[in-house]
Design a binder for this molecule. Structure first.
Ligand SMILES: [Zn+2]
Length: 153
């Protein structure tokens, strides 16, 4: 196991069981590229080639993969870009960057917040016939009218 500075691109139909260091396996059918972590730690790095994940660009036989590969879940925590078949080492991701990225992911995946549950008015005993909902709408309309008057006359 040793650090590599180049990746040779090999197009495959099926991903082999054991990956060799220094090779970027690309399966167009499975829309994925795989390689052993370039630091030589032996961890397998999978980069899904789908719109929301990674983009693979070929320049003759040299592959570029974008965005950068941040292996912060591995012990090595290596971070690099594959550019024209070469490994361009990037700075180690700081804890803050990792948390920021995760928080952003979480936010994108989270459903929009629920509207707060509106409290139901107690049964009308005051003699008013308007149901609570109708009254609230009227209050909103009144407020809008007030704003309108303030702005336009
Ligand atoms: Zn590694």
């Amino acid at each position: 196991m040793r650090r590599v500075d180049r990746l040779e691109t090999v197009f495959v139909d099926e991903i082999p069981e054991v990956l060799q260091d220094g090779i970027l396996y690309v399966s167009q059918e499975c829309r994925v590229a795989l390689h052993n972590c370039a630091c030589g730690c032996g961890e397998e790095v999978s980069t899904p080639l789908v719109r929301t994940e990674y983009t693979l660009t070929m320049h003759d036989n040299e592959a570029s993969v974008w965005p950068s590969i941040g292996n912060h879940d591995f012990a090595c925590a290596s971070h690099y870009v594959i550019k024209r078949g070469r490994i361009v080492w990037a700075g180690r991701l700081s804890r803050h960057d990792i948390e920021f990225g995760r928080e952003r992911d979480r936010r994108l995946k989270r459903p929009p917040p629920q509207q707060p549950v509106t409290t139901v008015m107690p049964a009308a005993t005051s003699g008013s016939l308007a149901p609570p909902k109708r009254r609230r709408i009227r209050a909103i309309v009144g407020r809008v009218e007030a704003i309108w008057k303030k702005m336009f006359g």
